[in-house]
Structures are given as structure tokens and as C-alpha cells.
Design a protein around this ligand. Structure first.
Ligand code: ATP
Ligand code: MG
Length: 313
């Protein structure tokens, strides 16, 4: 079976149980929850029993251990999560506003994962993995950008494949080096998994109808478009498939895209037909929003089958 590698932030998320604007007044909180977009993505792959690993860095503290314990329990190879003595694991405080937008206070760049180094464990994984998943949010530091680009080049050179979820906050685009790194990643991408607004970050065209063929012509074999509560679509040079949204009550939308991506890739790597991979990914994303906590909504195969049965999806 093919083994998947991802690189990037591992953090805890602490969530306000009230809705409103930010953290200027005292708020009741729940958490810490294991989190970080690359971590949620790889956890979803682990739960579907696809061999997988993450390169990251945490502090020698409970927040780091909580994440490592969860990833191990769900089947992820954590050999390349370095434990940095005297540093802190990344964290995010989150509060939802009434309109569903989120206010975050992040401690990521200044935390242990802000200075990911090249290690012997990283090298060993780049040598043995068959696929790299690039999470745009992980390109926040020059260190991770260098590690991601090296891994992508080495894995592609050996005949492996690359998937890419832009998953990037607007403000990150202004940082020097990010734009070029994103363009480099796109040129190596086999499976592209944007949200609708992210589809146009790499195209001349500003409408879906033109942007999709433009990207397919550039050499991306598979495009999976995430439409939030409107479901998802998959495009290849052979055709187009759509997944209608499954009707769920949204409790916490964080992590839906990462769970969706992990599920799609698990089926794609196993050689499933696009409509099958899309159906399971759509279910993984919908099921994820029904659970509080970013990584709490990842699913194993039995849970996805039961959920699809219940939803008649
Ligand atoms: P994030 O980066 O915040 O995790 P995203 O934009 O990458 O989000 P979404 O489009 O929000 O990803 O969600 C991914 C997929 O999960 C959707 O394409 C859809 O299949 C499913 N999904 C998400 N939200 C819902 C919902 N409210 N109801 C049903 N399905 C949903
Ligand atoms: Mg996303």
C-alpha cells in the first residue's frame, strides 16, 4: 500500500463556548483539542488505514503529548514529530461570531513548529513515502517551505504523486516567498483540492467553467472542488462528478475540508473510481461538521458506511 507524507503544524485548539466578538472579556472555554490542518488531514488517512506519517515539531508539554497520543491511536507514523525541549507546542484560541466567522488567536510561528528542521527522521520518510500532501497553511515559515519543496521534488522524482489543498488565509499571501512557493507546488500537483474561492488563486479565468479546464491543461490530473454546505465536485480529463450535500446539523465546521481531503486521497491512492472517492470524501466532510473539535470528526470506514447508509448518500 502507498504511504502518504505531510509536513506542517500540529497544535491544540481551545474553543469559547459562547458566540460573539473575540476575547476581550472572560469566556468559558472547552479543549484542548488536537488540531492543525495537516494533522487533521493525516489523522483521517490513518483512520482509513492508509499508511501515513507527519513531519512536525512540538514542545515537551501536555499539548504536544495529547496530539502525539491521538495520532498514534489513529494509526499515524509520528516518528518525525520532533519534541523540542524548553519550547511550547502551538495553540489556537477560537471563538465563533454570530455569523459563523471565527476569531482566532494563534501561537504557531513562535511555537516549536515554527522552526521545523531537517532531521534524519524526515529524510527517512521522504525516502520511503509514495505521496506528499501539501497543506497551504504549512507554508507559513521559510523552514517548512524548504522541507515541503524538497520532499515534493524527491517523491515526484521517484515516480510518486503530490496533492495540494491551498487552505491559506488571505493575510498569509502577503508574506514574502509564499506566492512563489504556492505556484511551485501547483506545478507538481496531481490532485488539487481547493475551496471554490481558492480555485481562482492559480488561474487567469475567474469563473469555474473556464478555471477547471485551464488547470487540467496545466497538467493537474484530478481537481476536487469543496463547496462547503453545497457539497463537492470532482473533475478529470475524463469527466465531471458531483456529490450533493448530505443534510447535517453543523456543530463545528473546522476540519471539514481536511477530513474531506484525507478521505478522498485514501480512496484515490487505492485506485477507486472518482465518484467513489468523492462520495466518501463528501461523507467525511459532512460528518466532521457534526462534531465539536477540529479532529473529533475524522471517521473510520465503518463510520462512513453507517453515515452514508443513514443519510441515504
Ligand atoms: P476548512 O478549511 O475550514 O476545513 P474547506 O473550505 O477546506 O474548509 P469545506 O468546503 O468547508 O472545506 O468542507 C469540505 C467538504 O465537507 C464539503 O465540500 C462538503 O462535502 C462537506 N461539508 C462541509 N460542510 C458541510 C455541511 N454544512 N453540510 C454538508 N456537507 C458539508
Ligand atoms: Mg480548507
Amino acid at each position: 500500500m502507498k504511504k502518504v507524507l505531510t509536513i506542517g503544524e500540529v497544535l491544540v485548539e481551545i474553543v469559547a463556548t459562547t458566540k460573539g466578538n473575540g476575547f476581550l472579556t472572560e469566556q468559558p472555554l472547552v479543549g484542548p483539542f488536537p488540531s492543525g490542518a495537516p494533522a487533521i488531514f493525516i489523522d483521517q488517512l490513518g483512520k482509513l488505514e492508509t499508511p501515513c506519517a507527519i513531519v512536525s515539531r512540538v514542545g515537551n508539554d501536555d499539548f504536544g503529548q495529547l496530539n502525539i497520543n491521538r495520532l498514534i491511536a489513529d494509526g499515524v507514523d509520528v516518528s518525525a514529530i520532533a519534541i523540542a525541549e524548553g519550547e511550547c507546542t502551538a495553540s489556537a484560541f477560537v471563538r465563533y461570531q454570530e455569523d459563523g466567522n471565527r476569531a482566532f488567536i494563534f501561537n504557531i510561528k513562535e511555537s516549536a513548529c515554527g522552526t521545523l528542521d531537517k532531521t534524519a527522521e524526515y529524510d527517512a520518510l521522504v525516502e520511503c513515502c509514495d505521496h506528499l500532501h501539501v497543506m497551504g497553511s504549512a507554508l507559513f515559515s521559510p523552514n517548512t517551505r524548504a522541507l515541503v519543496m524538497e520532499a515534493a521534488a524527491r517523491i515526484k522524482q521517484r515516480g510518486g504523486s503530490v496533492s495540494f489543498d491551498p487552505n491559506i488565509r488571505e493575510e498569509m499571501l502577503n508574506e514574502p516567498g509564499i506566492r512563489a512557493a504556492l505556484d511551485d507546488v501547483v506545478s507538481l500537483t496531481d490532485v488539487f483540492m481547493p475551496s471554490v474561492n481558492e480555485l481562482f488563486m492559480f488561474t487567469q479565468s475567474a469563473c469555474e467553467q473556464d478555471a477547471v479546464p485551464e488547470l487540467l491543461q496545466r497538467g493537474i490530473g484530478t481537481i476536487v472542488l469543496k463547496r462547503g454546505a453545497d457539497g463537492a465536485s470532482c473533475f478529470t480529463r475524463q469527466g465531471r462528478w458531483d456529490a450533493a450535500p448530505l443534510a447535517v446539523t453543523e456543530i463545528d465546521p473546522t476540519g471539514a475540508g481536511d477530513s474531506f481531503g484525507g478521505a478522498f486521497l485514501s480512496f484515490w491512492l487505492a485506485g477507486a473510481a472518482p465518484e467513489v472517492a468523492l462520495r466518501y470524501a463528501n461523507a467525511a466532510g459532512a460528518r466532521a461538521v457534526t462534531r465539536l473539535g477540529p479532529m473529533e470528526g475524522t471517521s473510520n470506514r465503518q463510520e462512513l458506511d453507517a453515515f452514508l447508509h443513514e443519510m441515504k448518500g
